[in-house]
Design a protein around this ligand. Structure first.
Ligand code: HQG
Length: 193
């Protein structure tokens, strides 16, 4: 069994392979859902000197304990559920709740007000049903800002939403008119404030 630090480290390595750079580790991901056989990633991980003794159970432990449920294993295949920069995974369009949240930081706000939410280095904009996930995402860089997305207005602007599971929703873009700053203290304020 992996200790907590090893588990986190292996999780990071697995996201690198499954979200960002499979070919760097000799892994080919399915072009539709981004999956590969568990055995394939196991072999790729074991090629790293640090991970030469990793087992399938260790991978399963990482998948099971991932706080944000970053991975899914189905029918002997593993995939990252969201976060890809490499291939554009296909998701089925879904019917999102009226409000979704996006965690970002103060530095990005001016640009987001101008051009809306863009995928930047990833294939999709990442949104969540609750503010907890958005807080985790936005707290990674600078001062946290949580944006509230009016999905009805975004849909009217032609945005399609995709469900990635575990309260995570994806979109190709979100126009600025559909975003407002969410403030836990005062409920909400206009994006311009
Ligand atoms: C920002 C992690 C300027 C956007 C997280 C974000 C999430 C803009 C950054 C998941 C912009 C992109 C995804 C615009 C968006 N101008 N900045 N027009 N539009 N941005 O990491 O959503 O732990 O690619 O606000 O927690 O932060 O790895 O996306 O700050 O769940 O599983 O550009 O990845 O999950 O950053 O994070 P990212 P994200 P894991």
């Amino acid at each position: 069994m992996l200790n907590q630090a090893m588990e986190k480290s292996l999780s990071k390595f697995m996201t690198k392979v499954l979200r960002h750079a499979p070919e760097a580790f000799g892994v080919v991901l399915d072009s539709e859902d981004g999956s590969c056989p568990v055995d394939t990633i196991l072999k790729a991980i074991r090629k790293q000197p640090k991970w030469s003794r990793v087992t399938e159970e260790d991978i399963e432990q990482v998948v099971r304990n991932s706080d944000k449920q970053r991975f899914a294993i189905e029918n002997g295949r593993i995939r990252a559920r969201y976060g890809h920069s490499h291939d554009k995974i296909s998701y089925s369009p879904g019917e999102p709740p009226n409000v979704l949240y996006h965690g970002t930081n103060k530095m990005a706000l001016t640009s987001i007000i101008e051009e809306g939410l863009r995928p930047m280095g990833r294939q999709y904009v990442h949104l969540s049903e609750g503010t907890h996930f958005a807080t985790l995402a936005g707290s990674r860089r600078g001062e946290l800002v949580i944006l509230k997305v009016d999905t009805g207005s975004a849909k009217q602007s032609g945005v399609t939403f995709y469900y990635a599971g575990n309260e995570v929703w994806l979109a190709d873009r979100v126009p600025p008119e559909s975003c407002s700053v969410w403030d836990a203290e005062v409920e909400e304020g206009a994006i311009q404030s």
